[in-house]
Structure formats: C-alpha cells, structure tokens
Design a protein around this ligand. Structure first.
Ligand code: LRH
Ligand code: MN
Length: 421
C-alpha cells in the first residue's frame, strides 16, 4: 500500500514541534519516557479487521481482508502508520495458518510478531462431533470436554509454529437459567480440563484465562469474574495468569483496583483493551471512560515498577474490539492512540508526591495530582515517539489523505467479509 509518511510529517512538523515545546515548558518529562513509549507495542486482534455486527445487523464497509495474509497486511499498514502495533493476535479456527513458515515470513516483512493465540470452544464448527451448546471444559460429557481440551492443545501447536508465547482461553461456559448447572461440578470440571491444557504448555509459554460476567450465557458464567479466574489460575501453576478484558465486568466494577491486586499477586497476564457504556460493547478504547483507562495505567505503572517489571514485555497488551459503525482500521488507530496516551500520562504521575499525600490523608491533593496529569495533553509526546520510529504524526489523517479504504476496496472488492466477530 503506497503512502508518503515523510511528506505528511514535513507538513505537520512545525505545528508538532510547537505543541511538544509547549508540553516540555509545562511538564518535566521523566528520563526515558520516550523510549518507553517507543517500546510499548499493542497487539491487534485478527478478528477485528472487518466490520463487526450484532444480531440486529451488520453493515460492511468493503475492502475487508479475505484471508490471513490480507489480515497481516492490514496490521502491517497500522504498524507502518503508528509504529505501535507490532503484533497480531490470532483466533483459531478463524485464522488457521495453513503455511506457518510463509505466514511467519510475511508477518516479519511487516515488522509483526505473533502475540497470544486464542482458542474457540464457544462455537460449533461444521465437522464437529460434540456440540458446545451446554459448554466446553465444564461440560457434563467427558467426550465434549476432551474435544475442547484437544482443540486448545492444537491451538498451542499453531502458536508454537508462529513464535507465539501464550494461549488465551475465554470460555462462554455457564448457564441461562437457575437450576440448570451444578456450579461446583462445572468449576471442578473446568479446572481439571484446564490442567490438561496447562500440561501441554511449552515451558516458556503462558496461559491467559479470560473472565467475563455474562453473554452468551445470561444466568451464570463459570469463569465469570476475576475471583473465579484468579482461583483457577492459582490451581494451575506459575504459567497461568488472568486476562482482563475491560468490557467483561458488571457495571461500576473498579477495574483499576482488580488490576492492582492481580498485579501485586503476580497473576495478571494481560489485557483486552476496549471500552463500553453498558455491556461487552467492544467499543474504541478510551472512547467512553478515558479517565478509567488512565487510572488503570496509573495502577499498572505503579505496580509494575514496584515489582521491577519490564513495561513493554512482561504483560500481554492486546486490543479486543468490534467495529459496527467505524472503519475498522481507523477505529484500531484510535484505540492504540488512546492506550498510548493513558500510558504516557501514567508515566508522568509524580508517585513520590502522590504517596506523600496519601500518607497525609490529603485526599484533595491526591486527586489534584492525578487529575492534573489526566488533564495534560500528551498527544505531542506520543506523536514524537511515532515520529522517531518512522511513523506518521497523524495516522488517521494520512490514512484518509491516501484514501486507503478506497485502495483496499479497489484491491479486494466492496463486498468482502473478514472472518471473526
Ligand atoms: C469474548 C471475547 C474473547 C474472544 C472474543 C472474540 O467476549 O472478549 O476475548 O475470544 O471476545
Ligand atoms: Mn476479549
């Protein structure tokens, strides 16, 4: 896909430098903050490169990737624009790599690595022997549980061939009506099944257990909250961690507190970033509750520094979104930007002053310290990191300037449909 980043940046450079100089005149930038932003890569979900939909409808935008190769090209385009999307997270069987070596080479050509691979025991595939209608790892039938366990082990094999280092397990398992499920048996069967999957993990791999409050089951979900996931991963072993999808909580849950506890306990594996107003809406990260996203990164920076963790490498940074009304690529560019902004602001928090105010129970001062940073416009800093990595100062403006969606529609057609949600 032809695009001229240097011309684009040249036209915006003077304005950008004015903004950056203003920020530097207002805030003491901690040493190394730019390098941290440059190192911070966010994985793009392979299942969110097309238009999403709901049971009420789906309005395709055209030019969607028709196969894994085109999905990698789309993530490569995002990464060329923002230099912060250096990995792709695959979902199996939506994206089975038929020729792993070729796929690996293609991804490398786009500067992309493979983040966590995701299993799928929430849908029945055409040639499937056992149905997951009543669950998978929790199922009353040993044959169904074995089928689901074997699928997860197969997904690990695909991941190993691609150089991935983690398996994400999200289970839709649960019940829709009181009385339908023996919660204790479902929990025990799920743990026993996960133990068989865990035993198949290569020594340098992680297993991320993603929890979710509801949907598609609407009375109980067996891995329904951080407590269920945390108690299960503790039973599995040191390579098992909890994955936090921001949209998977009941209303008003304090996600930043959940994150701080999981991190302190060494059981936080990673994230599926998105935003929501009601349920698992999978909206653009930072589009509904940007302050919450900042508060989550505030706990992350505090907790990771307390444990001497490497910000860029020691947790799984992934997006999980669905695009009903926006161009999928523009939506993903916005999500990456919002995440980078929240991280940059969290790096600006004066932690010594905050702790001193906390020790003094100076509640007003605590809030003033956090909100002064949250109200600091750090976009020029995030743009400077992109610029220094060869990215675009304004990725969405360049995406539109170059009419990239039109170019994709011309190359692929207006009616193409990408696998995924
Ligand atoms: C479930 C979920 C999970 C994925 C799916 C695509 O809601 O967040 O992470 O497997 O979306
Ligand atoms: Mn998710």
């Amino acid at each position: 896909m032809m695009m001229n980043i240097s011309n684009h940046n040249e036209a915006l450079l003077a304005q950008h430098n004015r903004r950056l100089d203003f920020l530097k005149s207002e805030v003491n930038l901690p040493a190394g903050i730019l390098q941290k932003l440059k190192d911070f890569q966010i994985a793009i979900p392979s299942w969110a490169l097309g238009t999403g939909g709901t049971r009420f409808g789906r309005f395709s935008g055209g030019g969607e990737p028709r196969n894994l190769e085109e999905k990698i090209a789309d993530v490569g385009l995002l990464h060329a624009l923002n230099q912060s999307s250096g990995a792709i997270s695959l979902h199996i069987p939506w994206d089975i790599p038929t020729d792993p070596a070729a796929i690996r080479t293609l991804a490398a050509q786009h500067g992309l690595a493979f983040d966590a691979v995701n299993s799928n025991t929430f849908q029945d595939q055409v040639d499937q022997a056992q149905s997951y209608k009543f669950g998978s790892l929790q199922h009353v039938s040993a044959a169904t549980r074995k089928q689901a366990i074997d699928h997860n082990i197969q997904v690990i094999k695909h991941g190993v061939e691609l150089g991935s280092k983690a398996l994400t397990v999200w289970l839709s398992d649960g019940s829709c009506f009181p009385g339908q499920l023996n919660f204790r048996h479902a929990y025990e069967r799920t743990v026993d099944s996960l133990k068989e999957i865990y035993a198949a993990l290569p020594a340098d791999w992680s297993l991320y257990l993603e929890y979710k409050a509801y949907e598609p089951n609407f009375y109980s979900t067996t891995v329904g909250d951080w407590g269920a996931s945390y108690s299960m991963v503790n039973k599995l072993g040191p390579q098992a961690k909890t994955l936090v999808d921001l949209g998977h909580h009941l209303p008003n849950a304090n996600i930043e507190q959940i994150v701080s506890i999981l991190l302190m306990e060494g059981k936080l594996g990673g994230f599926h970033f998105n935003d929501s107003k009601y349920g698992d809406d999978d909206l653009t990260a930072g589009s509904i509750k940007p302050y919450q996203l900042f508060l989550i990164f505030n706990e992350l920076v505090d907790g990771m520094d307390a444990k001497g963790m490497n910000h860029a490498k020691d947790l799984g940074w992934m997006i999980d979104a669905s695009h009903n009304v926006k161009d999928p690529l523009e939506d993903l560019l916005q999500s990456v930007e919002a995440i980078q902004i929240a991280y940059a602001q969290a790096l600006l928090v004066d932690r010594a002053a905050l702790e001193a105010a906390r020790e003094a129970n100076d509640v007003v001062r605590c809030q003033e310290i956090l909100q002064a940073v949250f109200r600091t416009d750090v976009r020029a800093l995030v743009a400077q990191a992109r610029l220094e990595l060869g990215g675009a100062l304004d990725p969405i403006a360049l995406f539109r300037q170059e009419k990239m969606r039109d170019q994709l529609i011309k190359a692929r057609g207006a009616k193409t449909v990408a696998t995924g949600l």
